[in-house]
Write a protein that binds this ligand. Structure first.
Ligand SMILES: [Zn+2]
Ligand SMILES: [Zn+2]
Length: 97
């Protein structure tokens, strides 16, 4: 007698049907999650220059500097200006260290 393959599922047909039923009932309750995601999209902050949208106001403010050319972070060593702190840090590390 040849060895029979190890059964992966020990479910009967009825068990599988019940499992599918419970799964489909769960997915209907996730509809509230979808609506909350939609309301999140409504409070997105849009760039007035290029219509790009940002979830956080801070990200939009940082992005707008690209359009206005505002560079609030200045290097103390050579008075070069940067619009991001990490750009300034990278400059200081590569130029003045
Ligand atoms: Zn923009
Ligand atoms: Zn510098």
């Amino acid at each position: 007698m040849p060895p029979s393959p190890i059964p992966v599922y020990s479910y009967s047909d009825d068990d599988v049907r019940n499992l599918r039923m419970s799964l489909s009932s769960k997915s209907s309750s996730s509809a509230s999650m979808l609506t909350s995601q939609r309301s999140l999209e409504n409070i997105r902050h849009e760039c007035p220059y290029c219509r790009r949208q940002f979830r956080r106001k801070h990200d939009l403010q940082r992005h707008i500097r690209l359009h206005t050319g505002e560079r609030p972070y200045r290097c103390d060593n050579c008075s070069k200006s940067f619009y991001r702190t990490d750009a300034l840090v990278r400059h200081v590390r590569s130029e003045h260290l």
